[in-house]
Design a protein around this ligand. Sequence first.
Ligand code: ACO
Length: 408
Amino acid sequence: MGTMELWSMNVEKVRPHTIPNSQSEFIGRASIMGESSGTGFVAGLEDVVAAETRLSGVYGEAGELIIAGFPVEELARRASFEETAYLLWHDVLPDAGQLARFREELAGQRNLSRATLDLLRAVAAEKVPVMDALRMAAGTLSPGTDEEEALALVASLPTIVAAYSRMLDGGELVDPDPELGHAANYLYMLTGEAPGAELTRALETYLSTVSDHGMNASTFVARVIVSTRSDFVSAVVGAIGALKGPLHGGAPGPALDVVFQIGDASRAEAYLREKLGRGERLMGFGHRIYRVRDPRADVLAAAAERLYTTDGDTELYELALGVEQTALRLLAEHKPGRNLQTNVEFYTALLLHGLGLPTQLFTPTFAAGRVAGWTAHCSEQRALDRLIRPQSLYVGDKDRPWVPLEER
Ligand code: ACO
């Protein structure tokens, strides 16, 4: 059975409308909030359940993340990115033959069209930031069936990022190598050198770790767009826009900048206190759902430790750990009782830096992993086929007298 047939089979699987126990608890809390405010309005849609999904479950109080049935710790340690994407799309791990075919299908879609390359060259001349270039370039992908668009999006986001990065640096583009897996090929297109097993494993771990995460902001955007019966490319273009924001996927660059600006662990406390005193947020800490440490931070911390302690900048690694500890202590003072903890972005920054990626590629690389989840959610939403259209509460005037232009 080919990938495409499996795809439609699994679209069917998400149709039944059952609410797992853990989610009915959330629904209970959401309606209580609405009742207590008397309006049903919940700022930030906090605790509102906006979809049923078999893709991932985020358990904020326990600090657990399940991706398509697997604890993130297990999936991230073992899966290649292709296995994770296949699992999200088809709800089953591929056997050897299915995996080989899927790898081939993805590898066959990596090359960029003339239109995409022309756009990238034009925006590189203007030094447009990478996430903006990625958003625009993703929009140039050809319209097709949902399955075709999903495949093209997952396959070509890394090529777009790598090609654009090399254009900005004034280097020659490196063609994708169909013999390399998805993660190894990304590093190859960025550097021109095929990476070793250790770097490849670290990137596989990262991509699987961030592949899906419940109803996060960018996934919600993608689902809203598909709910209008629009296409997957449009949904992913919108999702990239949402991911870019500093409260969502835009945090790792600034998080690493802070570590570099501190420079020496002895300066961490004064620096971070000053930031908090100015009312700024510390990037890489806190989370809307997690009330304990983000489990993805642990997975990536372990991967970063492996990378840095075998052949890396151990000084930077130690400094980052020191900054993290100081930040956690100050955040506990700053917001007692809120338990602000390290989130995925802090160790994303450290890991991707250890892989040799420049800061401006952190969020685009996040997009290259999350696109597996976005497209899987698009497929679930397509199967549900229900327009997402909440209400707003009008709080403006109702009976303003019209004043003619000459009298205003
Ligand atoms: N630094 C300082 N203060 C913080 C931080 C932080 N990192 N996070 C939360 N707070 C403060 C808030 O300002 C708020 O204070 P207030 O009550 O005086 O307004 C209080 O703690 C409670 O915060 P919440 O409102 O519960 O947090 P919210 O759910 O709105 O925010 C968020 C979650 C956006 C992630 C926040 O923690 C944050 O801005 N963190 C920094 C940015 C970041 O790391 N983003 C990546 C998140 S992971 C991801 O999206 C992949």
